[in-house]
Ligand binder design. Structure first.
Ligand code: IPE
Ligand code: IPE
Ligand code: MG
Length: 235
């Protein structure tokens, strides 16, 4: 099962407390830690977290710098824990606009966790689904590629070191109901779950709530679900 999360609401969490937005991002990093643990415990195979979108470069310089620092700190503090828990880390998105130091830290975390056979943790940084699709389309050239080949190309351009399946459950916190250029292709049949909780307040109970609602959804993938036996008799 592949769960993807748009971790939104850090800024509002801070503003509600009269704190700078960066304080919300710091608290958000703690929620990331808790959610990764919860997902691993729940047996999720792939967890993709939206940490920084390509459009987030448009935020004030100081906020961008602090987000990048937090991300670096996260890799430094969590890589060892991921190794211990057999969690494999991939960072998806563009690398050409990140600091060389940060790129090295990313590569190091990916290398150190590469043999992890538990959950695959994908962190989206400088990510834009439209940009990824464009790159994959360019790479496919004139040749007629099938859906699976295209998915592999997407993983390649995203630096996602192994093939990951389509998203099953897409969670967005913070009350907004939009995708903000996240995993547009991979979420073709994702179940969408929007919750009002601001990301820093999101905890294990919220994650379990999302999973349990997912368990009640009926996925049809365009097909017709057979009617329950009793109704069939009536029809
Ligand atoms: C999500 O929280 C974190 C990032 C986008 C990096 P926001 O910073 O977007 O928080 P709000 O939406 O302004 O509350
Ligand atoms: C999406 O949140 C990006 C991340 C959570 C990293 P935004 O806060 O940037 O999205 P919009 O601007 O509300 O669409
Ligand atoms: Mg936001």
């Amino acid at each position: 099962m592949h769960v993807a999360i748009i971790m939104d609401g850090n800024g509002r969490w801070a503003q509600q407390r009269g704190l700078p937005r960066t304080a919300g991002h710091m608290e958000g990093a703690r929620a990331v830690h808790k959610t990764v643990e919860a997902a691993a415990r729940s047996g999720i195979q792939t967890l993709t977290l939206y940490a920084f979108s390509a459009d987030n470069w448009g935020r004030p310089r100081s906020e961008v710098t602090s987000l990048m620092k937090l991300f670096r700190r996260y890799l430094a503090s969590e890589t060892q824990r991921c190794i211990e828990q057999s969690i494999r880390i991939s960072v998806i998105g563009r690398r050409d606009r990140l600091d060389a130091d940060l790129c090295r830290a990313i590569e190091e975390s990916e290398r150190a966790t590469a043999t992890g056979c538990g959950m695959h943790l994908r962190i989206a940084v400088d990510y834009s689904a439209r940009h990824s699709i464009l790159l994959a389309a360019r790479m496919s050239g004139a040749t007629a590629v099938g859906l699976d080949d295209f998915k592999s190309l997407l993983n390649l351009v995203n630096h996602s070191s192994m093939d990951s399946e389509y998203v099953d459950l897409l969670i967005r916190t913070g009350g907004e109901q939009r995708l903000s250029d996240f995993l547009l292709w991979e979420s073709a049949y994702a179940e969408l779950y929007f919750c009002d909780r601001l990301w820093p307040d999101f905890g294990e109970a919220d994650f379990q709530q999302a999973l349990s609602e997912f368990g009640c959804r009926q996925r049809r993938f365009g097909k017709v679900t057979p009617l329950p036996a009793t109704l069939e008799v009536q029809a």
